[in-house]
Design a protein around this ligand. Sequence first.
Ligand code: ADP
Length: 444
Amino acid sequence: MFRKVLIANRGEIALRIIWACKELGIKTVAVHSDVDIDSLHVRFADENICIGPAPSRDSYLNITNLIAAAEISNVDGIHPGYGFLSESAEFAQVCQACNITFIGPSPQTIALMGNKAEAKKTMKAAGVPILPGSDGPVATVDEAKAIAAEVGYPIILKASAGGGGKGMRVVNSEGEMELAFQMAGSEAASAFGNGDLYLEKYLEAPRHIEIQILGDQFGNVIHLFERECSIQRRHQKLIEESPSPALTPMLRAEMGDTAVKGAQAVGYATVGTMEFLYDKDRFYFMEMNTRIQVEHPVTENVTGVDLVKAQIMAAAGEKMQWKQKDIKLTGHSMECRINAEDPHRFTPSPGRITTFHSPGGPGVRVDTAAYAGYFVSPHYDSLLAKLIVRGNTRKDSILRMKRSLESFVVEGIKTNISMHLKIMEDEDFQAGRLSTRFMDRFTN
Ligand code: ADP
């Protein structure tokens, strides 16, 4: 097991990792930018080191500074959390070269899955269903037009190096292709330093359903069922739940087995998520996220598995303590992402929090690094807290979420709590009639 782990992240996920390390008897080192000096992850880690000024590229994304901090504090592991460098093959490679274990996949696996066009090819070869489209990146507009004519419009252009919903364009007819191709290409180039695009059939109103994977270094891979993440805005998830109201036990088993097969094909040995689009009882692989996800707590709630601890143990070379048959799905869990943003215009709302009262009681978990007096910096993601509930049924979860949202008090900045309340009261939401287009009615 690790002696000491450096957490290359901030906010709620840095705290979540500290809690897991404490329970495993591992010492922790927090890193922080100079504006994050008063953050809770800094307070609760055993040691802390400033790694640079506020902009992420100078601190949380600065590999040289992070490695220097790791060397000074003499750690044997680095946990990247999510976002920032969590899916950087280069960072994983540098950690390896410095003899520090990167708590995640190998640099090769990150690179393979990080190129979404390549990942699709790999999964197709492993027998995982994918949406019809280009076989890898498309080089020219004419090639894109030719493939789109075969696949049939609408299609979606996506950045091979994409993430966070950037560099995607829906194209409804051939006339729109040229402009969309240029726009998506330059957006991808500036966001990811790689303008490669691939193309696939666009589904009008699918569900986003993903499978949680866990592997170890002995070739064991299991799944921990699904999370439905269809409630999104601009391709960013807002509400996640498990189990999905759409899946039958048969489809659940089929999706789980397929995801395990895909993960085994790349020798997967840690936590990860296979994301699928689901439409008319069929599912299609979209991408694999090679890290712990924001929404991991809903899976922890319905399976009883501590995913962050499992991830650390797998990285330490321990054999997995579960077989697939040991993993049971019990009850229902739901997460609302509470963002520091205007609930109507969705613009970020940084500033100082004056009052912070988070809900509690049976079945309620709040993962947050916020507190009264905390300053929400404009430099980082607007995720303020994750409100996670569990109930015996989906209906229990919704009622529990509603009362929790009602007693969640955040003053001094704006949050999207009122928007979540509206969703909990929506008839279609309550009936489980979800799709990735669900939020259209709240935003138009
Ligand atoms: P990113 O890596 O940027 O998050 P994804 O490939 O995971 O991008 O897609 C994000 C979201 O975009 C999906 O959850 C879905 O809402 C939408 N999307 C992606 N591909 C398609 C498609 N082929 N048809 C319909 N919606 C899609």
